[in-house]
Design a protein around this ligand. Structure first.
Ligand code: ADP
Ligand code: MG
Length: 703
């Protein structure tokens, strides 16, 4: 029997919440902290000392001996360096655990081993981590013991961002500033800031860890590099939302407990489309907390899986021919007095604001479709986007039938008098419509879909940080808001001006709306006719970061400098090259040391059979035929393995950068596929006893 759970008590028990601060800090200190959280600014060292001391006491009560500045370098995962609270013993040999304000607000890890894309020469190895006061500190319980984690931003000595957090925070400020201008136009004088809210649905695979550990590809690359399809796939649709098996259920139960303790509102869990695939989703929250929490979700999934003898695979495409994993990034923007700008609203006035916001988002997404696509690219997602299982690599917006129709009417006549379903509109004082929430079915194939009061960006990869997608979204929408506000703030006849602006933006950017089937081949052709970008790969998307348009956008709103953008581009090329290099070498290793020897053993048993049957005067047709087939594939495989090694050598000898990354993409990946093909065919021919590692059937159906 499980112990009874008190979720209310459990929830956020390992988080130094606002409530705990209120309880433990002197009133004036608490007030100062709260003010900075709400309005920005810097903590004085004196205040920081008081906060640090209270935080330390709480952490020690919870068994912590160490603290860490927890940050998100460009590796896509999180980093931490633990320091104990211990200090020099006094003359009596007693040690008092300490944690100063300075240690709380600033850390100085040696940054030389983190990717910086040339921003920081090794002689300037210093990097700084600074406390992100808007994301609460928490205690992580791992085998190293409970550790106090302080969410931080990570910058170089000169203040250049070396992480995913800093630009996100900058983009949130930019968005808030511009969105406030928009709501002011509509008479909202109360709101002081506007925050993006994010809810990230996380997909993942679970496989038996003992089996996974028999495969080098899973260990080194996080995905399978060989593997013939199992006789059964997902064609029966019997896994999606299916009954959760006992072993998986036990895992999910523990994941929820761990996440709740960390203040992550894990809410929804279910089986996904592919066998062994599942999903977990928390309730939405402020974007920067959501980014942190998504990292914690990924870490927790992996850690708890280990305890259950399972391995959690977060890779976007762990198994060829089986649905991959993504992360739906649900995004909306809300004022601090509770108005969601993506809520269509009840009155004509709210409606106009909504339509203006919608027009701005259409403009933003159309103008920067390339950047948005880039923000969702990583090495693994290349196997997924455009693969007819996930959104295509073409960005478009799904609005639903009703809203699409409103846009079409506005574009055509400047008015929208009709509601497609749900009868005639109440036409108010304005020429713009009042309408209700769309009831139409959701389009699962759209990369960017309006779903009632939020947009769902569905392109993001399952293993990726959601930092970049949200930074990009915030930035591009801030720009559109800014341009709209520039025009409307001075308008003599506001009603007329806003009406014209909505019509103009919607007309100019109507091409970005697509409600049809995003997986269809015809859409690619149609999108090309509309002039929408179709960027095929991660490496091809990198250039979008350094176009004059992108540099202008990010510099204008103080989100990235040109140098930071160029450094990020370098890091992406490097990451791509390194990842494919590991995959290529792993393949060669598995081919030469495992598959080829195993197949040779099997060939020998076939040859022995031929001899034995001949001696007995029997018919050798079957073993002879099989031996021929296998020998042919084995030769093919041996050649392909050599060819792959050759091209890998060439690529790895190249200078780091764009050209090298493209060589990995255009040549090494191609050679990898050429090696995989005969190997997978052999898997289908060779006696299972001889196959050197667990197959897709073993991994996907025996969890
Ligand atoms: P789905 O049908 O896609 O599963 P859900 O309604 O279950 O949609 O929501 C999925 C995610 O979207 C959850 O994380 C949820 O908290 C989040 N979400 C819901 N409303 C909003 C909103 N206004 N802004 C941002 N995220 C939201
Ligand atoms: Mg969803």
């Amino acid at each position: 029997m499980r112990e009874e759970l008190n979720v209310e008590e459990l929830f956020a028990s390992k988080v130094f919440t606002l409530g705990k601060m209120k309880e433990r800090l002197p009133k004036s200190t608490y007030k100062e902290v709260k003010k900075i959280m709400d309005q920005g600014g810097e903590l004085s060292l004196a205040t920081a000392d008081v906060v640090a001391s209270a935080m330390k006491d709480w952490a020690i009560e919870n068994g912590a001996t160490h603290y860490t500045h927890w940050f998100q370098p460009l590796t896509g995962i999180t980093a931490e360096k633990h320091d104990a609270f211990v200090t020099h013993p006094d003359e009596d040999g007693r040690m008092i655990m300490e944690f100063s304000g300075k240690e709380l607000i600033k850390g100085e890890p040696d940054a030389s081993s983190f990717p910086s894309g040339g921003l920081r020469a090794t002689f300037e190895a210093r990097g700084y981590t600074t406390w992100d006061i808007t994301s609460p500190a928490f205690i992580k319980e791992t085998a190293t013991g409970p550790t106090l984690c302080i969410p931080t931003a990570f910058c170089s000595y000169k203040g250049e961002a070396l992480d995913k957090k800093t630009p996100l925070l900058r983009s949130m400020e930019a968005l808030s500033k511009q969105a406030i201008r928009i709501v002011r136009l509509f008479g909202n004088t109360e709101a002081t800031k506007v925050l993006p809210s994010v809810g990230a649905e996380q997909e993942y695979f679970l496989v038996d860890s003992a089996k996974a550990l028999q495969r080098e590809d899973i260990i080194f690359a996080g995905r399978t590099l060989f593997g013939a399809p199992a006789p059964k796939g997902q064609e029966m649709d019997d896994h999606y939302f299916g009954v959760i098996r006992e072993r998986i259920g036990g895992f999910m139960h523990d994941v929820n407990i761990e996440l709740w303790k960390l203040g992550v509102t894990s809410k929804t869990q279910h089986n996904e489309a592919a066998p062994a695939q599942h999903e977990v989703a928390p309730i939405y929250e402020s974007a920067n907390v959501a980014v942190d929490h998504n990292q914690l979700v990924m870490e927790t999934l992996k850690r708890v899986a280990g305890k259950h003898g399972l391995r959690c695979m977060l890779h976007e495409k762990p198994f060829a021919g089986v649905n991959g994993s993504g992360k739906h990034n649900n995004w909306s923007i809300t004022t601090d007095n509770g108005v969601n700008l993506l809520e269509p609203g009840q009155t004509p006035n709210e409606n106009i604001q909504f339509l203006l916001v919608l027009a701005c988002i259409m403009k933003a997404v159309d103008t920067h479709a390339d950047l948005l696509r880039q923000s969702a690219s990583n090495v693994g997602n290349d196997h997924r986007l455009g693969g007819y299982e996930a959104p295509p690599a073409i960005i478009s917006i799904f609005l639903g039938e009703q809203l699409e129709d409103v846009v079409a009417q506005l574009v055509e006549t400047g008015k929208a008098d009709n509601l497609k379903e749900g009868g005639v509109l109440r036409t108010g004082v304005s020429t713009l419509p009042d309408f209700v929430k769309d009831a139409t079915d959701r389009n699962r194939t759209s990369p960017f879909a309006f779903t009632g009061n939020k947009f769902e960006f569905r392109m993001v990869g399952s293993e990726d940080s959601i930092g970049s997608p949200n930074t990009t979204l915030n930035a591009i929408v801030a720009e559109a808001f800014c341009e709209a506000a520039d025009r409307l703030e001075g308008a003599e006849d506001f009603d007329m001006a806003v009406h014209d602006l909505i019509k103009e933006y919607m007309t100019e950017h109507q091409r970005i709306i697509f409600n049809g089937n995003g997986y269809a081949r015809e859409w690619e052709e149609e999108a090309a006719r509309r002039g929408l970008p179709n960027i095929p790969s991660m490496v091809a998307a990198v250039d979008t970061l350094t176009t004059p348009k992108a540099i202008h956008l990010f510099e204008k709103f103080g989100i990235f400098t040109e140098a930071e953008l160029r450094s990020r581009a370098e890091v992406l090329y490097e990451t791509y090259a390194k990842t494919i290099n590991i995959e290529a070498l792993t393949m060669v290793d598995m081919a030469n040391k495992q598959i080829i020897p195993a197949v040779m053993k099997y060939s020998k048993s076939l040859a022995d059979a031929v001899i034995a049957i001949t001696e007995a005067g029997g018919d050798t047709y079957v073993p002879t035929r099989m031996l021929q087939q296998i020998t042919q594939k084995l030769t093919e495989m041996e050649k392909a393995s050599e060819a792959l090694l050759e091209v890998e050598k060439k690529a790895s000898a190249m200078e780091r950068g764009k050209e090298q990354a493209f060589c990995y993409h255009d040549e090494v990946m191609v050679a990898m596929n050429a090696l995989r093909k005969p190997a997978d065919e052999l898997e289908k021919l060779v006696d299972k006893k001889y196959w050197p590692f667990p197959t897709y059937a073993d991994l996907l159906f025996e969890v």
